[in-house]
Design a protein around this ligand. Sequence first.
Ligand code: PBG
Length: 329
Amino acid sequence: MITGKYPNLRLRRNRKESWTRRLVQENTLSPNDFILPIFLIDGSNKKESISTMPGVFRYTINRISQIVDKAIKKGIPMVALFPKTKNTLKNNLGTESLNENNLVCRAIVEIKKRYKNQIGIMCDVALDPYTSHGHDGLIKSNQIINDETIEVLINQSLLQAEMGCDVIAPSDMMDGRIGKIRKALDNSNFKNTQILSYAAKYASSFYGPFRDAVGSKSSLKGDKKTYQMDFRNSDEAIREVALDIKEGADMVMVKPGMPYLDIIKSIKEKFRIPVLAYQVSGEYSLLEAAINKKLIQRNAVYESLVSFKRAGANAIVSYYADRIDKILE
Ligand code: PBG
C-alpha cells in the first residue's frame, strides 16, 4: 500500500494549501445526508423550548409548517416525527398509538396535504410515547411480551402508512417484527412503503434528553435492557441486521451514533446496504453544553457529523439538521 518513504514521501505536501486539501478530501457533507427529527405537542400556536435540548423545540400541528418549510428550503430529504403525548392519553397498553387522530397521524396528514412529496416522512414504530410505563412494548408479569407487542406494532404501522407515512421505522427491538410488518404492509397494498429498521439499537444512557422531550422520562419504570442491545456487543449487531434484511428492511439504523462508529462501519462493510446513523439527544446536548461553556469550538459539530460519513453512514438523523447550512459554511 505505501508507495514510498520519507524523505521522498511527505504526506504534508497534499495538505499545504486549502485548494489541495479540498482536492484530496475523501468525505463531504450535504443537506441530502440529513434527517430532521420534529417533536410534536398538542394545542395550538405553540413552539415550546426543551430545557434539556437547547435549540430544539416542540411544535403544535398548526405551527409545524414553520419547521418543515425550513427543512425543504435547506434541501433536507426527510423529517422524523416524535410525539409528546399528554399523560392523560397514556395507558398500560399504549392504545393512543392506534388513534387515527393522534399527534403523529395528524402531523403526517398535515405535512402531506401541504407539501405532497417534496419531503419524506419517517415515523417511529414503538409504544413508548403512549404507554404509562414508558416501555416500547406491552408488559405482562413484569416482562415485555414480544409477540403480543408485534400485533400492536403491525396496526400502528398500517395506520401510519394509511395516513401517508413514507418510511416506517420500528424502533422497539422486538424479535421478528420487520417480517411481520412487511407482510402486513404488502397485504394492505402498501408495497412501496419503506421500512427503516432500528436494527442495532443499544440500551444507552445517551437517550435521556429525548425521553425528557417526549415526556417518557419520569414514567419509565426500570430500563430497556431486555430488548435494546448491550453496548458491550458488536457481533450481535451483525446478527440483528442480517435478520432484518432477510425480513425485508430497506435500510437499517445504528443508534446511538458517535460511540458506535465501529458498528456503522462493520455493518456497511458486511452488507452494503443503506445504513443510517442516529446522532441521539445525549450527543446533541453534550456538544451544545461544551460549546456553550466554550470548552470546544462550534466546528466540533461538523467534525462529529463527518465522522458518521467516514464510518460509512448514508445519512444521519440529527437535531442539527435544521441548521445544517450554517454548519456546512
Ligand atoms: C423510542 C425512541 C427513543 C429514541 C428514539 N426513539 C428512546 C428510547 O428508546 O428510549 C431516542 C432518540 C434520542 O435520544 O435522540 N423507542
